[in-house]
Write a protein that binds this ligand. Structure first.
Ligand SMILES: Cc1cc2nc3c(=O)[nH]c(=O)nc-3n(C[C@H](O)[C@H](O)[C@H](O)COP(=O)(O)O)c2cc1C
Length: 182
């Protein structure tokens, strides 16, 4: 059975990001995938201390909720990262997680695990889809370096109200189908 692990990096537990990530998960479950969801605002993830031990051993020396999260990422076939756009980028909670993922490659930047399909979910207030394209492309490059290949990106625009996603039937279906496809 395929495994999917999803992360919501929004403090709004029932907001747009969470709504769309839930749909991706629902689609994946309907396709017979085992899913696990983490809300990063419930998880205790300390900032990377820059010791670089993970580059040598593959494991982080900090003890917190990351250990369990990392095991889920290692075992997953599919990873879903959902984040609102905060000041043009992913939220700080999501960045805390990404900084801690450098154990996915070794000292020579060689990946320790097979690459994984990755779905990005973004929600932004700005109505223009291209507004933060540069940030999204940069994120895609970072994730590729970690062996997390972005195969689909779900983007909600004009999402100042937390219920915007729930009222966007087309995008909900897009998210559901993205989950089903992997
Ligand atoms: C601190 C903060 C910074 C934000 N920065 C941006 C931004 O740079 N561009 C933008 O379009 N929206 C920005 N927003 C709006 C959110 O991206 C938008 O409301 C999003 O839909 C929230 O998603 P959520 O409901 O999942 O939390 C910001 C919101 C907050 C609270």
């Amino acid at each position: 059975m395929k495994k999917l692990v999803a992360f919501v990096g929004s403090p709004r537990k029932n907001g747009n990001t969470a709504t769309l990530v839930d749909e991706v998960i629902r689609g994946a479950q309907d396709a017979g995938t085992k899913t696990t969801l983490f809300n990063l605002y419930d998880a205790k993830i300390k900032p990377c201390q820059g010791c670089l031990v993970c580059r040598k051993t593959g494991y982080c020396t900090l003890q917190d909720d990351f250990q369990n999260i990392f095991e889920h990422i290692i075992e997953a076939d599919v990873v879903v990262f959902g984040s609102p756009v905060y000041v043009w980028q992913i939220t700080a909670q999501m960045k805390l997680l990404w900084d801690r993922l450098c154990g996915l490659f070794d000292e020579n930047f060689k990946l320790r695990y097979p690459t994984k399909s990755t779905i990005m979910v973004y929600s932004q207030g700005n109505p223009t889809p291209e507004a933060f394209k540069a940030s999204f492309q940069s994120n895609e490059a970072v994730l590729k370096m970690l062996g997390l290949n972005v195969v689909d990106t779900i983007l909600l625009t004009g999402g100042s109200d937390p219920s915007t996603a729930a009222n966007n039937k087309d995008l909900l279906l897009r998210a559901y189908e993205a989950g089903k496809a992997v």
